[in-house]
Design a protein. Structure first.
Length: 315
């Protein structure tokens, strides 16, 4: 059976651990896996602006011995000029893996249904699962074992990154707190799913309005832009709504003394995070950006080399 990575809970807790361990190995020894030797081709499609996703996949695919084939989404007209299903059938015969950074989660799910090869979600409006593998790898590097750590996500609780932190964090056994203003809280379906996963891993989940309560004693503090792609027309209203959720040095003083700060970038200093925090000693943001490459190499290798002897994906 072809496995895909479309959302964070496509991996069981044991499988997530395997992928993170492989990512750590590949970071120590970047050329120890040649899972794409041949070279085998990975089709990469970008419908949204990209820097880290495109750069890290291109570099990582090359390090695995493969060929990163860039498919221009605007020229292909996926879902307009040709149906998603037809594009999937074509690319599945040209590539060993398909990576798609796009808008609708339903689109990557349709691609996976027809491609016949592993499909990896490079980002959708609903989830950012490759980012979370990189984030969890970064937390492991700086804090050690993941289970039992407390993560505070501050900002837009209705974002793809928040959704992924809920699911991936619960899968890793973290205590995840999401602080967001009313109207921007996470959807109940993601909170409920994270709590369901937490029943297996010991994770807990809290959706809060008070950022100070979220940061109280937190080991990891996460934020993201308040104006995600596609929501630019809401910029003024969002800046007003999120004014109390900026990650400042005062807010950081409530977290654990050795807390780390994360941001998936691009960052807007003075808006969601102050420059002295983003560029300060608690920031691990550049490690996080680098780790996209190692984490994505790991998930590609894990998918194409077959499912290891762990339990199946979380249901």
């Amino acid at each position: 059976m072809t496995r895909h990575f479309l959302r964070d809970d496509d991996l069981s807790p044991a499988e997530q651990g395997e992928v993170l361990e492989l990512a750590a190995t590949l970071k120590r020894a970047p050329y120890s896996s040649r899972s794409l030797a041949g070279p085998r081709t990975v089709a990469t499609i970008y419908d949204k602006p990209t820097l880290r996703t495109q750069a890290s996949f291109a570099a990582g695919i090359a390090e695995l011995g493969g060929n990163p084939m860039l498919v221009d989404g605007s020229l292909a007209g996926i879902g307009k000029r040709e149906s998603v299903a037809d594009v999937a059938r074509v690319l599945g015969r040209q590539a060993s893996v398909i990576v798609w950074r796009t808008f609708a989660q339903s689109a990557v799910e349709e691609m996976a249904a027809y491609a016949g090869v592993p499909v990896v979600n490079g980002l959708t409006d609903e989830f950012h699962p490759c980012q979370l593998l990189a984030d969890l790898l970064t937390v492991r590097e700086h804090k050690g074992a993941l289970p039992g750590l407390t993560v505070a996500f501050v900002g837009d609780g209705g974002s793809n990154l928040s959704n992924s932190w809920l699911l991936a964090g619960a899968t890793a056994g973290l205590h995840v707190r999401v602080a967001a203003p009313e109207g921007h809280q996470p959807e109940e379906q993601y909170v409920d799913r994270a709590r369901e996963i937490g029943g297996q891993t010991g994770a807990t989940v809290a959706a809060l309005a008070d950022p100070k309560a979220a940061l109280d004693g937190a080991d990891v503090v996460v934020t993201d832009t308040w104006v995600s792609m596609g929501k630019e027309e809401e910029a003024a209203a969002r800046l007003a709504a999120f004014a109390d959720y900026r990650v400042t040095t005062d807010l950081m003083s409530l977290a654990a003394r050795d807390a780390i700060v994360m941001h998936c970038l691009p960052a807007y200093r003075g808006k969601e995070i102050d420059a002295e925090v983003l560029d300060g000693p608690q920031s691990v943001i550049w490690d996080e950006a680098e780790n996209r490459r190692h984490a994505q190499k790991a998930i590609i290798t894990w998918l194409i080399e077959g499912v290891p002897r762990s339990s199946g994906a979380a249901s």
